[in-house]
Design a protein around this ligand. Structure first.
Ligand code: RIB
Length: 328
């Protein structure tokens, strides 16, 4: 943990950050996707066709969702990434700026389509997602190096795995503050040991944790608590969906239960969890309190449709879930 003292407390104005503006509290290195969403009675099985509702075009992408999530919770945020030279790219940039996210290091990539996610949302709120990375796949180490000032000064840097792994590693290694890795989507090959060592907090779901530890499949809560201790990262936060999350610090696991909700759409619930965790870490909350806040924000996110439209402000978390209370 290399947290700096010179954290900014003022949100940036949006489109670009002037040289003498304070640095952002949170840097996000990651993806921005145009989500093409269809609500269906149930997510189709392999080889099956289902009829759904009208197509919706919604700003998404794990990186952009996490950036907007943290900004809506009141943090100053900078996004480092790439968008396409098309309508999707313009939509994603505009959406980030509308939430006050600094897009100075969001590069438009000529002759390249924006990242797109094809999402089917079932009636139970579950989803199935296929991502075409487009411009996100062009994010380079040079892009990350160009944002060294932002990464060096941010209190928290958030990274995910919808971007090339060398850029993710460069971001984790050059960050001056707390580095949070959300290893999603689940990696298809082992992550570099250097990445896991450069990270302070890792936030896998049960499937991602099983893959990261070579266990495979998915795991129940008790096994997850055990597997989490096998990772070299000092703090492991395992998201458990409706069951809440596990905070595992130096081998000791705490289970934080989730409020009971009737989900409409789980898209971006994991992203808002990460954004809220970063928010709480900037505010120097103890990790268990930070995870409790992240669980609530993630649960509130499932109560509205779409990725970025569903991300709540603190007041909306309370209006959607009621006052905070220990769910255990
Ligand atoms: O985590 C949800 C996100 O995953 C969606 O917004 C979609 O773009 C995919 O990246």
């Amino acid at each position: 943990m290399n947290q700096t003292d010179d954290q900014a407390t003022v949100r940036s104005s949006g489109s670009s950050q002037a040289d003498n503006n304070p640095p952002p509290e949170i840097a996000v290195v990651g993806s921005a996707n145009l989500d093409l969403v269809v609500e269906v009675p149930r997510v189709p099985l392999v080889g099956e066709t289902v009829l759904g509702k009208d197509l919706a075009r919604i700003p998404g992408g794990k990186g952009a969702n996490q950036a907007v999530a943290a900004a809506r919770l009141g943090r100053s945020v900078a996004m480092i990434g790439r968008v396409g030279d098309d309508e999707g790219g313009r939509m994603l940039r505009t959406a980030l700026q509308a939430d006050g996210v600094d897009t100075s290091h969001l590069t438009t990539t000529p002759d390249t389509p924006n990242g797109v996610a094809l999402i089917a949302v079932g009636a139970d709120g579950d989803n199935s997602i296929v991502v075409s990375p487009g411009a996100n796949g062009r994010l380079s180490v040079a892009d990350v190096e160009a944002a060294a000032d932002v990464l060096g000064a941010a209190a928290v840097t958030l990274v995910q795995l919808e971007s090339p792994i060398d850029a993710v590693l460069a971001a984790a290694e050059s960050a001056g503050g707390v580095v949070v890795l959300n290893p999603a989507p689940a990696p298809s090959s082992p992550l570099p040991a250097k990445l896991l060592e450069a990270v302070d907090v890792i936030v896998p779901n049960q499937t991602e944790l099983a893959l990261l530890t070579g266990h495979g499949g998915t795991v129940d809560v008790a096994v997850a608590a055990d597997l989490a201790t096998q990772l070299p990262t000092p703090t492991v936060v395992v998201t458990l969906g409706a069951l809440g999350a596990l905070a595992v610090v130096e081998g000791t696991a705490n289970h934080i239960a989730a409020p009971v909700v009737d989900p409409v759409d789980s898209t971006a619930a994991g992203d808002s969890f990460c954004g809220a965790l970063a928010d709480a870490l900037v505010r120097k909350e103890p990790i268990v309190d930070a995870v409790r806040w992240a669980v609530r924000v993630g649960a509130a996110t499932t109560l509205r449709a779409g990725a970025q439209p569903s991300l709540p402000s603190p007041a909306e978390v309370t209006s959607l879930l009621g006052e905070d209370r220990d769910e255990d």
